[in-house]
Design a protein around this ligand. Structure first.
Ligand SMILES: [Zn+2]
Length: 255
């Protein structure tokens, strides 16, 4: 790593060492699916839902019009995520949680990868591995990639069950956002991992944290629009940067 990178890492370590309240925002560049290749032409021919873009498929309109199609698309995504290469940043985050008095994790991703760290997480867009009943509202963990029957029905009340995800055309959960903003405002350090820097709410949460005196640290592969505004930018592979930040021994072969 170059001297600038070393300096940034040293500053980031120092900020974390003195911090009591830390917020970590996990951005969409760390989504499991980012690491996967595009679906092949064969896959697309075999399964027509694959060709649909998230903006067309993951909408409340699709769910109302054709819940089977929406479910086929989400089951395909569950399947894909199970084959994503293993990353080490979730373990590093778990290590950080053990060192910090109060760590709040906020994620924009629905893949559940953050679940490995064993600390509660504000999942702003929901979780692909949960369902919610449209009738009685029951929320269930669900790790299946195949259902006997589509669309699935609630085993309690028989109503239609949906992915517990915020679809296009729906609002983010106000109480979750409130908690995210409150944590951001109270943070000593606001650590942004792979947010890409263009999307909301990453930008405004980081903005609130900065206005309230937090040190903003960004780890990303390369500089993003957010980088001009952060206190410390650490570039390069995020797994490696997290290990370096916490002085964890690097793992050559994530197992
Ligand atoms: Zn129900």
């Amino acid at each position: 790593m170059d001297t600038n990178g070393d300096r940034s890492l040293a500053s980031a370590r120092e900020a974390l060492r003195d911090a009591r309240r830390v917020v970590v925002l996990i951005g969409e560049n760390l989504a499991a699916e980012e690491a996967l290749p595009e679906a092949s032409e064969d896959e697309k021919t075999e399964n027509s839902v694959i060709t649909s873009l998230p903006e067309q498929m993951a909408t409340i309109d699709t769910f109302r019009r054709d819940p089977i199609r929406l479910w086929r698309w989400y089951l395909w995504r569950r399947m894909r995520i199970t084959s994503a290469p293993r990353r080490t940043w979730p373990e590093a985050l778990g290590e950080l949680a053990r060192r910090i008095d109060k760590l709040t994790v906020i994620t924009e991703n629905v893949d559940g990868l953050h679940g490995r760290i064993g600390v509660p997480c504000l999942e702003l867009h929901g979780n692909l591995w949960r369902t919610r009943c449209t009738g009685c509202g029951r929320v269930r963990e669900d790790v299946r990639t195949v259902y006997d029957e589509l669309p699935p029905a609630c085993d309690h009340c028989g109503s239609l069950v949906r992915p517990d995800i915020v679809l296009f055309g729906e609002s983010l959960d106000g109480s979750l956002m409130e908690r995210a903003y409150r944590s951001a405002c109270a943070a000593d350090v606001f650590l942004v991992l792979g947010a890409g820097g263009t999307g909301e709410p990453a930008g405004s949460l980081a903005g609130y944290a900065k206005e309230n005196g937090a040190t903003i640290i960004e780890l990303d592969v390369e500089r993003t629009p957010l980088s001009t505004f952060v206190s410390i930018f650490v570039g390069g592979d995020i797994d490696h940067s997290m290990d370096a930040l916490l002085a964890r021994p690097p793992k050559d072969e994530p197992g």
